[in-house]
Each structure stands twice: as structure tokens, then as C-alpha cells.
Design a protein. Sequence first.
Length: 454
Amino acid sequence: MTAHPISETVASLMPRAKAELAELVAFQSVADPAQFPKSECEAAANWVADALRAEDFQDVTLLDTPDGTQSVYGFLPGPAGAPTVLLYAHYDVQPPLDESAWLSPPFELTERDGRWFGRGAADCKGGFIMHLLALRALKANGGVPVSVKVIAEGSEEQGTGGLERYAEAHPDLLAADTIVIGDTGNFRVGLPTVTATLRGMTMLRVTLDTLEGNLHSGQFGGAAPDALAAMIHLLASLRAEDGTTTVDGLVTDADWEGLQYPDAEFRTDAKVLDGVELIGTGTVADRIWARPAVTVIGIDCPPVVGATPSLQATARAQVSLRVPPGQDAAEATQLLTAHLKAHAPWGARVAVEQVGQGQPFRADISSPAYTSMAQAMETAYPGEKMQSSGMGGSIPLCNTLATLYPEAEILLIGLSEPEAQIHAVNESVSPEELERLSVAEALFLRNYAESKGA
């Protein structure tokens, strides 16, 4: 069978795509100045802006958002009367965690075992490169048939809401007929997938104080209340014996209808150690797509090396709660806050600070744009039909866009399949997936324009 001209063009552009992704991955663009210099994010934003200008985008602007970060915007006008499509990605990344656990430097794109490794390679710097590839392929094959807006967010991983607040204050800026969020992923490598739902999230920091200062554990231990022990007790109250999330008043028994995730496949994808049980009840899909999940993502306590025999006067933890569609993130925040205050033991003084929040999202996969995407994916992935799945992660901007532009169709695709290990050490992207999804996006834009009579 003769290859599609779009496919041939994207294949020829892959060496350039790899070089560009290597440049973009090299920026240590963690949007937290306490961990990495702000200049790294600014440099990455300027790289993205320059890339858009090189593709003839107009009105390329670095938007100063209320959380102190920058999102990059550009507009590429299409033929008269053509629909407008907004393409989204983010250039900020998660911190690399334990750099010594990486098999290659986290901010140096490295090819190994047929994959490209580096922080942000899949989530979501690769998503921006995907958009560039799709547009370049169209330009080389008759032109881009729609008007295109691109927005590259600068603080998605921090959940601080800068772009959401900016979009609300400038509602015309991101208006579009259809929105493609390039920040999710296929259910498995080679299986084209659109994401139907996203869990929302809330992020809280809880501080416990029990003493005016640290005490000698031998002299006072056994009667003086230890803040770290109180924190351990409090955090344990967030889960039942089987690991099910147990926040007072939060619904935890919803079911997922649709594509299922076999236990054995999930264990392999999650790299669960032999003999270690999965937590929670219901199907895996229920647990990761339809139900809330609490995670302690950080805790302040003395390290083992250099520890002294002391009772801790203060302890602090950061708690993330994933909120499934059908539940309100603001209400979940209130319930989690009330739970933390109610379950602190021994009268410990409790302070709770909210540091992030985003609503869950559910897409309408019966909309016309999904028909255009299904056709595109069948061409890009010969022999495969488009599937729909949930995603346990959060993209807070989705609900903001859905609220601002209720008539717009929102599609979620991306490079973050299980082998990508996003947010973990040794994150990577499959170049084959980058290539095929770029083809799919290009064909989608062409199909969508034709469906609109453009």
C-alpha cells in the first residue's frame, strides 16, 4: 500500500524534530524558582516563541500570567472562512526527582532502546513538537486548511492556574471552534486513543505543631506529643486498610464504563514489585479513572543521615487529591481540609493551605470533531481503530476552556503512554508515536476543515 504523502513528509522531518526536542528538553523549565532558576523557564518560553515565528505565526506573544510564569501564544491565519483550531501544549516540566536514578542526564535527550529519554520528552515538550510536525507536513502538502492558534503553557505541572486566570480575563484570545489538547496519551504504544475524561485535583499543605521546640526523645519521649508521629497518624487516616481513599464525605465507589485496564497489564505498566498487592477495590479502570485518589507527595521530616534522637515540634506534608468527573474539586477541597483538621491526633494544632486546584473534565466524544480524528487515526495507525479511555491525571485548563467556549469541541491526545513514565525518573517518548500522532493531527486538521466546508 502506498504511503500517504503526509506520512512521508512527517517521516522526512523526524531528524529535525529530534534535534529540536533535544534543544527544548535541555531547558530545566521547572516552574518553581525554589528548585530551578526562573531564567530556565524564560529561555524555554523564548525558544517556543521563536519556533512559532519561524513557522509564520503572527501576534506571537509571551503572556505574563498571574502566577508569575509565561505562556506563549501565536496565531496562524488560514483560508477565508476556515474554522479556527487551538493547539495546546506546555513547556514546563516536573522536577527530575532523584537525578542519580536516571540512566542518562534528565535534561539531555538520549536515545536508548528505540526511545528518546529526557524530562519533558513526552510530557509535554514532545507535544509541542508534535504540533510543529503536523503543521509543517500540511504546509508541504497544499497548506494549512484552518486558522491555528497555539498556546504553550508555562506552569501546568505546578497547578497554580496562571493560564486559566489569564484566559478568563482575556476570553477572546483562545476562542476556537475546536481545541486539541496535546497532553494526554495512547492507552498503549500503537493503539490510537483519545482521552474522554480527566480527573481534577486539589493540592493542600498541612502543618502540625505540638511543641514550642524539639525535645530530647529520651528525656521526654512517651509523654510529649511528637509532631511527626502525629502527622503519620493523620496521613494514615486518608486510606482504609486496603488502600482505598477515605476522606470523610467523599464518594469513592463510582464505576468506569468503557475500555478496561487488565490487572496484569497495569502491574507491568506500573512496575509493581512481585508479591506487592494493588490497592483499592473495583476494577483498575474504576480506581484510576472514576474514583478519587489521595497521595502524600511530600513530607518535611529529618533525613535518616544525620538524624538526632529528638521529638519533632513541627511537621509538614503536601497532599494531592485526584477528583473524578462528576465531583466538584472545590467541594473536595473543603472535605479534605475538614478531614485533616478533624483527624489530627492529640490536639495538635493544624494549619491547612491550598496550593493548587483544578476541576475534572469529561469530553463529548460523539461530536463531529471526533469523527474527523477517528478517520485520521485509522490512516496514521493502519489496522487500528480509535479507542477512548480515561486519564487519571489533571489538566485544569480543560474546564476553563469548556466554560469559556461552550460550543467548542475539545479533543485530548498526546505522547504519554505507559512506557513514557511521565513524572518519574527516566521519562521517555516513543519516536514512532511522535511520528504517527503528528500524522494523525495533520490529517485531522484537513478532515476537520473539509467537514466544515472549508
